[in-house]
Design a protein around this ligand. Structure first.
Ligand code: PRX
Length: 631
């Protein structure tokens, strides 16, 4: 059923209705799915524990809704066009019928390896069709997928496998990334040295690099799938059964496993996909996000398939073989809806107009952005040179924890304002609070963004540690879900996200905790202590600035910096490598030992004129040293 909102008046009406009777509203949006048993209760909740249940008593399998439900009407329609890293290599496409068959065979293969409902399965793969197939195959049998972005290091992978005791790892021999071929299996081998829960590793041959296979543990995907039948009935799942875990960084500690459950996630991702992009039958949609992130889960896999869409799945990077690759792909597949990150737009903008003008972009109808604030300059460039002034830009604000888009224009319906995510979607009850938690009413206000009522795809818990979920999201402002973002509501009631207000930084749309980077830096043998802050970066949005105290004087600072970067790469992955490293003799700490990050941020931003009050510091003189040594 097409649940698209057709006009601004209708949006206002739907929004009002979703506030007045949320249960009736979401029951209506859930009706058209295929349920093995209808729900008993639409919603029960409290934000104190927190406890959230949507569609309790309902039984379903999300893959029946992504695949089986479409077979009659669109079995021969393409679900995915797969575009490989190398434009000269052969691509592939999968119709809904073919995808269904592959998912069922893969599901049987997983069963054959001992996987069953409730088991956790780690997926560490490049952007190949088998990644999507693996995700859906897990859901088919009721196993919980935990996809780990294949750019993360062995140490990061190991900690994610350990945290949820994954019993299987699905991977490939290698990955292509632009001109590079990257060893993936060897990262898995290293990680598994400390992961006793893993019984089997399934390896997809992709780049054909030589790899070591551990006897009794490692099996080739291509061989095992041959033995697997393509008939796999979908496991009946409770509405609140776990669908997946996705690890994300917070301001403290190790990345946490955000848990999403089945029915609410399904209903919300489909509804938002249709409405935000105003997806129309037959259109080609392309989201450039890696499936290792939430955008890939919700708007590369589940949302589009639930809506019966045709999507492009791209293995490579925007600048290979040259900076025209995105535009070439849009031209090749006649992409109608293109969804990417501001960082990609900013980096392609630097290459000028020679690339986009080589291709026809006339198929485009809607443009989207996600993951970080988009600056006005990039917004206008995207609008004018890619959308030719004709395509609405949907600036979509949301988070791993929200599961789906929360604030966004509806393409072609909501009047736009550059750099504003504009208005909340129906069902989303935003509030802005000040530091004390006082709700700021009316327009023309700025504060911290919270949500006061549950929505179907919201986080249910953090895997294995419910208390952490409570502390992180529901304790700062009791009774509210706290997003961690700062936000403005302007005179027109439009929302603009101003960035994180906690110790999380957003580097090229990737979310990283400063504490996590500091822990990695501190693993270097010569490092005593470090402090990391973000600073404005022209392309990445935010760059990583590290202040580091060393145990001994080092004459070769360039080498030391390289070693520190290598340490971070080893502990987390190259996305977390600091852009700037300043060696300092001390950090600005208060008498109680707390680092005054405000000062470090100011120095990193290059704004040292107005550093503020430093009288509470243990050693105020350190501020002058830090200012003098700023990079
Ligand atoms: O700070 C916000 C920023 O990204 C954070 C969520 O990161 P993650 O969980 O990795 O999910 C990213 C993809 C949904 C948010 O707390 N963010 C996301 N989208 C926007 C944004 N900031 C501004 N504008 C956006 N459109």
């Amino acid at each position: 059923m097409d649940t698209r909102i057709p006009s601004l008046e209708k949006y206002q009406e739907e929004f009002e209705r979703s506030l007045a009777s949320p249960e009736a509203f979401w029951a209506e949006k859930a009706e058209h799915f295929s349920w093995k048993k209808k729900w008993d209760q639409v919603l029960s909740w409290n934000f104190e524990e927190p406890h959230i249940e949507w569609f309790a008593g309902g039984k379903l399998n999300i893959t029946e809704n992504c695949l089986d439900r479409h077979l009659e009407k669109r079995g021969d329609q393409v679900a995915y066009y797969w575009e490989p890293n190398d434009p000269a290599a052969a691509g592939k496409s999968y119709t809904y019928k073919e995808l269904h068959r592959e998912v069922c065979a893969c599901a049987n293969m997983l069963k054959g390896l001992g996987a069953k409902k409730g088991d956790r399965i780690c997926i560490y793969m490049p952007m190949v069709p088998e990644l999507t197939i693996a995700v859906l195959a897990c859901a088919r049998i009721g196993a919980i997928h935990s996809v780990v972005f294949a750019g993360f290091s062995a140490a990061s992978l190991a900690s994610r496998i350990q945290d949820c005791d994954s019993m299987l790892v699905l991977t490939s021999d290698g990955a292509y990334r632009g001109p590079k071929s990257i060893a993936i299996k060897s990262v898995v081998d290293e990680a598994l040295e400390i992961c006793p829960s893993v019984q089997k590793v399934l390896v997809l041959k992709h780049t054909n690099v030589p790899i070591e296979m551990v006897e009794g543990r490692d099996l080739y995907w291509q061989e095992e799938i041959q033995k697997s039948s393509a008939d796999c009935p979908a496991e009946p799942m409770d509405a609140e059964d776990m669908l997946f875990i996705l690890y994300t960084s917070g301001s403290t500690g190790k990345p946490k496993g955000v848990v999403h459950t089945t029915a609410g996630y399904m209903v919300y991702t489909e509804y938002t996909f249709r409405n935000v992009f105003q997806y129309q039958e037959g259109e080609v949609y392309w989201c450039t996000a890696d499936i290792g992130w939430i955008t890939g889960h919700s708007y590369m896999v589940y949302g589009p398939l639930l809506a019966g869409a045709t999507s492009v799945l791209f293995e490579g990077i925007p600048t290979f073989p040259d900076a025209g690759r995105f535009w070439q792909i849009i031209d090749k597949y006649h992409v109608n809806i293109f969804y990417t990150a501001p960082t990609a737009i900013r980096s392609l903008q630097l290459f000028g107009l020679d690339f986009p003008t080589q291709y026809s972009l006339s198929s485009l109808r809607v443009l989207g952005t996600v993951g970080e604030p988009i600056n006005e300059e990039a917004w206008h460039w995207y609008h004018q040179h890619i959308g030719k002034g004709n395509c609405p830009i949907v600036d979509t604000w949301w988070q791993t924890e929200t599961g789906g888009i929360m604030i966004s224009p509806l393409a072609g319906i909501t009047p736009l304002k550059p750099a504003f995510a504009t208005l909340p979607l129906p069902g989303v009850q935003l509030v802005i609070v000040d530091q004390e938690g006082k709700v700021l009413l009316g327009n023309g206000v700025e504060g911290n963004l919270c949500i006061q009522f549950p929505w179907p795809s919201m986080i249910r818990t953090t895997y294995g540690d419910h208390e952490r979920c409570k502390q992180n999201y529901f304790s700062t402002y009791p009774g509210l879900y706290f997003t961690g973002d700062g936000c403005k509501r302007d005179e027109d009631g439009y929302y603009r996200i101003t960035g994180r207000v906690d110790d999380v930084i957003n580097v090229s749309g990737h979310r990283l905790g400063t504490a996590e980077i500091e822990n990695a830096i501190n693993q270097h043998a010569d490092v005593v202590e470090s402090a990391v802050v973000g600073y404005p970066h022209e392309i990445k949005g935010q760059g990583i600035y590290a202040y580091v105290i060393c145990s001994k004087k080092n004459d070769d600072l360039a080498m030391l910096r390289l070693e520190i970067m290598a340490t971070v790469q080893k502990m987390i992955g190259s996305i977390a490598k600091p852009d700037k490293i300043q060696i300092v003799s001390g950090l600005p700490k208060t008498r109680s030992g707390k680092i005054m990050r405000r000062i470090l941020r100011k120095v990193a931003e290059g704004d040292v004129s107005n550093i503020g009050d430093i009288s509470t510091l243990l050693d105020p003189a350190i501020v002058d040293e830090i200012k003098a040594g700023a990079i």
